[in-house]
Design a protein around this ligand. Structure first.
Ligand code: NAP
Ligand code: GLV
Length: 322
């Protein structure tokens, strides 16, 4: 393993670099301030034994083919792996790993930050104060939605969905969840397993936590918005394409959902102008896991996977082969 080369597609925290260097690995690091385009990735990936990538890198068949003769592992610093052609990696005999668990609590916290911001119109309030346009306390000013005691609908009750639901207990919320199978941990929280349509009709807040797959692409579109309660609020910290973005813009203009809190976008980092103009959308730049300690742990975890696989050991968190 010593002397093997690892491509790092964008800078990662030192914690990860230290793990790779202390294993005697050589690093080929993208020094640009932007991510590699596909052709640059293809160039950079050839001849390496491992790739440490990030969620916006298009790790498609062409990139994997360029790396394939020598590369044993693609370790993404993310839990979501919809940017990687996992099937092609398997064909080329490469292990793909990701970073589950270590980012669950940070992402659940951020989901709640968005939920509260959308309910209580924090973005609008901040813009008002910063613009010097606030004329003082007003009985009718920036009236939002209650959170305490309302109903939360969790779509996708895995690690993050469950962590979001746990926090809802502190707000004395009724919890509904839609999932392919019942989750004992959700039952313990007092949450009710319901079909998606019932969740949409019965929730004041709908929060999305499914991975992006062919099944979940546009899981929430025009029909789903039509089923939502008037005044309901949508939160998406999963992936942008889980929601039909054009329909979301239309629905937000029509008032159902009444507001949305978004950390992710279809086609990010591009965000449609129409969405930018909507006061009832709280918009964040995909920062769900962005805390110092979480990012350190993600980098360290990805680096340890590289060292394990290049040493002939099994990966701790392989992405299942399709
Ligand atoms: P997870 O533990 O795998 O949970 C995902 C859940 O979604 C699983 O319980 C799965 O159900 C469920 N699911 C899959 N397809 C479904 C469908 N068609 N209908 C209903 N449920 C379905 O993953 P996680 O760690 O919670 O992460 C979830 C996603 O969050 C990631 O894939 C990523 O895209 C996103 N994420 C975003 C950020 C951010 O920065 N905004 C940070 C971290 C993660 P089963 O249990 O039945 O398989
Ligand atoms: C972030 O979006 C992740 O999938 O880790």
């Amino acid at each position: 393993m010593t002397g093997s080369t690892v491509l790092i597609t964008r800078p990662i925290p030192e914690a990860g670099i230290r793990v790779l260097q202390s294993a005697g690995l050589k690093l080929r690091m993208n020094q640009r301030t932007r991510q590699y385009a596909e052709d640059e990735l293809i160039d950079a990936a050839s001849g390496v034994q491992a790739i440490v990538c990030q969620l916006a890198d298009p790790i498609n068949r062409a990139v994997l083919a360029a790396a394939a003769p020598s590369c044993k592992i693609v370790a993404t610093c993310a839990v979501g792996h919809d940017n990687i052609d996992v099937g092609a990696a398997a064909e080329f005999g490469m292990t793909v790993t990701h970073t589950p668990d270590v980012l669950t609590e940070a992402t659940a916290d951020l989901t709640w930050a968005l939920l509260l911001a959308a309910a209580r119109r924090l973005g609008e309030g901040e813009r008002l104060v910063r613009a010097g346009a606030w004329r003082g306390w007003g009985m009718m000013q920036l009236l939002g939605a209650d959170v305490f005691g309302r109903t939360l609908g969790v779509v996708g009750a895995g690690r993050i969905g469950q962590a979001v639901a746990r926090r809802a207990r502190g707000f004395d919320m009724t919890i509904l969840y839609a999932a392919r199978s019942a989750k004992p941990a959700m039952t313990e929280l007092g949450a009710r397993h319901v079909p998606l349509d019932d969740l949409l009709a019965g929730s004041d807040f709908v929060t999305l936590h499914v991975p992006l797959t062919p099944d979940t692409r546009h899981l929430i579109g025009a029909e789903e918005f039509a089923r939502m309660r008037r005044g309901a609020i949508l939160i998406n910290t999963a992936r942008g394409a889980v929601v039909d973005q054009a329909e979301l813009i239309r629905a937000l203009r029509d008032g159902t959902p009444a507001a949305a809190g978004l950390d992710v976008y279809d086609g990010e980092p591009a965000v449609p102008q129409e969405l930018l103009k909507l006061e009832n959308a709280v918009l964040l730049p995909h920062i769900g896991s962005a805390t110092v300690s979480t990012r350190n742990r993600m980098a360290e975890m990805a680096a340890r996977e590289v060292v394990a696989v290049l040493s002939g050991e099994a990966a701790a968190h392989p992405v299942p082969r399709p």
